[in-house]
Design a protein around this ligand. Structure first.
Ligand SMILES: [Zn+2]
Length: 168
């Protein structure tokens, strides 16, 4: 934020310098006149220093505004991405974000890593295999995590499991 006191101070200083300049014509003493000129020069230099400080503050502000704009753009971009997904329970409280069909735009339905999602990162989970407990194991490559989805089935009750190709 530009300090308005700096600008006001510079204006006041310059006004004093102008007052001294207009009083010069009434001064006949060369020494007094020389001192007044020096005083005027000092005031102008001081005002110039203040103007430079204000300009530097303004440049910093321009930089901060650019950074904030970039942050806002990132937030808006993530909002648009995240709105395409919804949280799904695949059974037994095993959750992941899944692409909403209406927002698929031709993409195949896929799951996103819930950990990366909370960090505003879209990371598609890759299916690995079906576990002995009948769960589907997925992996997130960026965060190096694995997730088991679905109800955990005890091996003593295999009849409960639907038989599918590629099953264990
Ligand atoms: Zn992840």
């Amino acid at each position: 934020m530009v300090d308005m006191g700096l600008i006001t101070g510079a204006v006041t200083t310059l006004k004093t310098a102008v007052d001294i300049a207009s009083s010069l014509k009434e001064i006949n003493d060369l020494t007094v006149m020389r001192n007044k000129v020096i005083e005027m020069q000092n005031l102008i230099m001081s005002a110039q220093g203040t103007a430079v400080a204000a300009q530097s503050q303004m440049l910093q502000m321009v930089h901060e505004i650019a950074e904030l704009k970039a942050q806002v753009a990132k937030v808006e971009e993530w909002k648009a991405t995240s709105e395409r997904y919804h949280l799904v329970d695949y059974g037994g409280n095993t959750l992941a974000y899944e692409l909403t069909e209406k927002a698929a735009n031709g993409e195949p339905i896929h799951r996103l890593c819930p950990v990366c999602f909370e960090q505003r990162r879209r990371s598609i989970l890759q299916f690995r295999f079906k576990t002995n407990a009948g769960q589907q194991k997925y992996a997130c490559v960026p965060c190096d995590r694995e997730f088991d989805f679905g109800h955990r089935q005890s091996s003593s009750a295999p009849a409960h499991r639907t038989i599918s190709q590629g099953g264990w």
